[in-house]
Design a protein around this ligand. Structure first.
Ligand SMILES: O=c1ccn([C@@H]2O[C@H](COP(=O)(O)O)[C@@H](O)[C@H]2O)c(=O)[nH]1
Length: 595
């Protein structure tokens, strides 16, 4: 772990089930390879994960079973380790490639910006040559304009210990917000391609479908149906991503999906029993029948901290770390130093939560933005006195702010995007005033192939459809217990429960490797709005409608429904700086500097 990381947390644990074929999955890591430096529960770094994978490989080899590593995309955007350099990712790609990942694919974040997509093609694909799969993604060669596969479409391989024959795919959901140097083919079209139809007819022991795709969405349903139309009971293992939650889905008794969460808080663990053959099995008759009859699938969500890594490997502080892992931790430490990620802009006076405090409330990050930050930073000197409505989408915020130092790293953690404010001038107030309600509650009018209102809020809300409020902790207690390493006190034997994930999935409530007390989750609106420079009394006749660039298509649609038709030609730049830069400036000017 990193030198400033809080010490690991003692907690009651559930052991990992092992099978013939086992998997470790990362997804939506968003640059958090340094681990969480303010949360002991997730304080292990990528170097620790390298050690963990190496120790688990040793264990697998000694048992004669197999272990594969999976990554399902959205590795970038969301942490200073990636976002804090210019160009982005100066140290990041070399750190990520140190982990030996067996199947890896692209997320939507790798494609929002053309330069990020180019780095993906030029760096990550060769770094994981033969392992990087792009079943429905093409890249446009900037030199020739030619559309070429981002990487190979699928992979056939046999595992080393159990000889399990696998066909693996690597998908991205039907994403349409990509820059113009990539082309995402709809999954429903990809599965009609001859190469896919041939691949699903292969005689294998397992289909491995890896994707930046939600387990419960239409894309995996289509892939599942296509495979089952050819192979009625060949086991299928899906790995998903995108919605940032821990999730597990049963498609049928031989087909399951796992999704390991977000931000390096979770490593997904999957164990399949009843696959492959050993020398002994080969001698037996009716091998096929025997294997199918004893299939079982099991999952765990591993909290990323050294207490858990030691527990699962049966090792300790001295015996656990590998040389390779320690070197990777050192690479991260050097990169963080070179990027000055610990440089503090100011001192946060209180915790500000994205989804763990209700909106609006004093502890909600959106309330803070709406009331304190945006009214000051959404300003264009030439139109400073013109009344305006400044709108941002809640999904532009990615994480919480903890009381204490607000660093260069924190700015990218809470908002990595390069979005600037745009505006449409002199919009009749009678139309402008209806925009926010439409963005938040419009339902079908904001649903189309290219514009869907569920893309405005934080991705967790794609899957978490109602509030869940924890009765156990007030917010102050939650915050204290997160920041103080746990000391066993409840009974002599079992440590106190600390707040964390208490996942309910298709297999019940015993998936988390760490037994936690539940935390609250409050849904937030798609967008928030600050009225600025309004007259003391009465309504203005016209206002400037100011908004972050990401939401332009939604704002234009909402304005049209409110009776004011505008096009992209009416939209002008309002601020030269990004929301992230403006926020950092506000913090420098408004928060104390010494914590
Ligand atoms: O420029 C941007 C890009 C994205 N967003 C928000 O992020 C989600 C997607 O996040 P995932 O991690 O891929 O799930 C998107 O729906 C937007 O809400 C943004 O605000 N600005």
């Amino acid at each position: 772990e990193q030198p400033s990381a809080p010490k690991p947390v003692a907690a009651p644990m559930r052991a990992l089930p092992w099978g013939d074929l086992n998997f470790l999955q990362t997804t939506d890591s968003h640059g958090w390879q340094a681990g969480h430096l303010q949360e002991p529960q997730y304080s292990a770094d990528w170097g620790d994960y390298v050690s963990f994978a190496e120790r688990m490989h040793e264990k697998a080899d000694s048992e004669g079973v197999d272990l594969l590593l999976i990554d399902t995309g959205d590795r970038i955007e969301g942490n200073g380790l990636y976002d804090g350099s210019n160009p982005k990712g100066e140290y990041f790609y070399d750190i990520v490639k140190e982990q030996h990942i067996d199947v890896i694919c692209t997320g939507n974040h790798e494609l929002y910006q053309a330069d990020a997509a180019a780095r993906e093609y030029n760096l990550t694909v060769p770094n994981f040559k033969g392992k990087y799969l792009a079943s429905n993604l093409d890249y446009i060669n900037p030199a020739t304009g030619e559309q070429i596969p981002m990487a190979q479409r699928y992979r056939m391989f046999t595992t080393k210990n159990r000889g399990i024959r696998i066909v693996a795919f690597g998908f991205l959901f039907n994403f349409n917000g990509n820059a113009n140097n990539t082309v995402v083919q709809k999954v429903e079209d990809t599965i009609k391609e001859p190469w896919f139809q041939d691949a699903i007819r292969e005689d294998v022991d397992l289909f491995l479908v890896v994707g930046h795709v939600m387990l419960h969405g239409p894309e995996y349903k289509a892939i599942y149906t296509a495979i089952r139309s050819q192979k009625w009971d060949t086991p299928i293992q899906f790995f998903g991503g995108h919605s940032h939650i821990r999730d597990y889905k049963k498609y049928d008794s031989n087909a399951y999906g796992l999704q390991g969460g977000r931000y390096m808080e979770t490593i997904g663990w999957m164990a399949i029993e009843g696959l492959g053959t050993s020398k002994k099995d080969e001698a037996e008759d009716y091998k096929e029948l025997k294997v199918r009859a004893s299939m079982s699938f099991n999952r765990r969500y591993i909290d990323t901290n050294l207490f858990g890594y030691h527990y699962h490997t049966g090792l300790n502080e001295t015996t656990f770390p590998t040389e390779h892992g320690k070197n990777v931790s050192y690479m991260i430490r050097s990169a963080r130093k070179a990027l000055s990620l610990d440089y503090a802009y100011g001192c946060a006076p209180r915790d500000l939560w994205l989804n763990r405090a209700p909106y609006p409330s004093n502890n909600n990050i959106l309330t803070w933005l709406e009331n304190e930050v945006i009214p000051e930073v959404a300003t264009n000197e030439e139109r400073r006195d013109v009344p305006r409505l400044a709108i941002i989408n809640s999904g532009t915020m990615r994480f919480d702010i903890f009381k204490g130092a607000f660093t260069k790293d924190t700015t990218y953690i809470i908002s990595p995007f390069v979005s600037k404010f745009l505006f449409i001038k002199d919009v009749p107030y009678s139309s402008a005033k209806g925009v926010l309600a439409l963005l938040n509650n419009a339902g079908p009018i904001l649903e189309s192939e290219s514009v869907s209102s569920n893309q405005l809020a934080p991705p967790e809300q794609l899957s978490i459809l109602k509030d869940s409020t924890s009765f156990l902790h007030s917010l102050d207690q939650v915050s204290t217990s997160y920041q103080t390493p746990m000391v066993s006190s409840r009974t002599e034997k079992s440590p106190d429960l600390i707040p964390g994930y208490t996942t309910q999935d298709d297999s019940g409530s015993d998936g988390d490797d760490t037994v936690h007390e539940p935390i609250s989750f409050y849904r937030v609106p798609n967008c928030i709005q600050s009225p600025i420079a309004f007259p003391a009394e009465g309504d203005p006749e016209k206002v400037d409608v100011v908004f972050v660039d990401f939401i332009q298509p939604w704002v234009l649609t909402a304005l049209e429904y409110s009776g004011a038709k505008y096009t992209a030609a009416d939209v002008e730049v309002y601020t030269e700086e990004s929301l992230t830069e403006l926020m950092a400036k506000w913090i420098k000017n408004n928060w104390e500097h010494d914590c």
